[in-house]
Structure formats: structure tokens, C-alpha cells
Design a protein around this ligand. Sequence first.
Ligand code: UDP
Length: 192
Amino acid sequence: MKENILGVQISPLNYEQLISSLLKDIDEKRKAFIVAINPEKIMKAQEDEQLKELLNKATYQIPDGIGVILASRLKGGNIHSRVTGIDLMLKICEAAAKHHKKVFLYGAKPGIAEKAKEELIKQFPGLNIVGVLHGYEKDIDIIRHTINEAKPDIIFVALGSPRQEYWILENMNTLYPMIFQGVGGSFDVISG
Ligand code: UDP
């Protein structure tokens, strides 16, 4: 069961449970939206009802940030370990390579997603990254066409927060992927 911290839902699943749930979502064709929750987002959501609703609309709100764990502990809750956005992304890539799921990278400055793609393939041989698109392409028709032609199962969206979360919620139903994760600056980190 999800936990409520100051009105924001948090998923209690650990990495392993998330990966098996996500693989099931793909196989059973259920759309899933992953958002990373840290104390800063919880505080922002206190003054921004629209943001709070958006965060609560995600399928999986992962506890990224030790403050979330501490808040749960103080309440006697059941969230015991951190799940960071970037580590979950890497574990999803590992599982995608193993289970032959296709991945798309959307976001960051021109050239960055390509470099992140190379690094990810080095780290996870056999990973099938079927397309990349930089995050300054804003024409939704071009974006939709590029993604849907590539037929990915999973898309990582790196536009920064909360832009990427609003973008995912607005577009997920007309896009091919089943799994949508907002990953902030992760492509910049992975590309070095
Ligand atoms: N970005 C983008 N399109 C935009 C604005 C930002 O692709 O219109 C990218 C930016 O290049 C960077 C990422 O979004 O790669 C935001 O990273 P940041 O670390 O600021 O995000 P956070 O992790 O704090 O949400």
C-alpha cells in the first residue's frame, strides 16, 4: 500500500519489486508513470495543488531522498530504503537488456542523449536503445512520430522537474511506450 507523506503518495516498493512490476506492466500492456519524490518536491507540493495532483497521478512515486525515508520512519511507516531516479533507470536498462525490451531516450541538450546511449550500451551489452531525441525539440507531432515509429517499451524523459512530469502526463496516452520515467539531469550524468 502507498504511504501518504504530507498529502503526497509514496510507493513502498524496492528496486527488485519495481522491476518485476514494470516488466509485468509491459507484458500486460498497462501504462506506467514513474516519478522521483524528494523532500523538496513534497514541500513545493504544499503550496502548489496542481503539482500535488500531478505527483499523485503517477503510478509509482519512488522515495528518492533520505528525507522521505526519515519522514516515513517517524510515522512508523513502511518505506525503508531509498530508490533513486538514476539507479532505478540503470536497473531498468539492465532488465531491458535481459528481457529484450526496447528503450528510448528523450531530453537534455543536443548530443547528450546519443552519448548517454553509447555509455548505457557499454554498461549493458545487448541493450536495445531504439531512438534518442534531444529535449529542445518541442514540436509534439515530430516527437510523437519519432517515438511511435521506434516502438519503444520504455521511455526515459529528461526535461527537468516538474516539466518532464507534466509532459509525461499530457502525452503518455498517445505514445507507444508502456513505461515512462522522468529522470531529470540523468542523461547529463550518464554521458559524463
Ligand atoms: N532540459 C531539456 N529541455 C528543456 C529544459 C531542460 O531537455 O526544455 C534538460 C536539461 O538539458 C537537463 C535536464 O533537462 O539535461 C534538467 O536537468 P536538472 O538537473 O536541472 O533536472 P532535475 O534533475 O533537477 O529535475
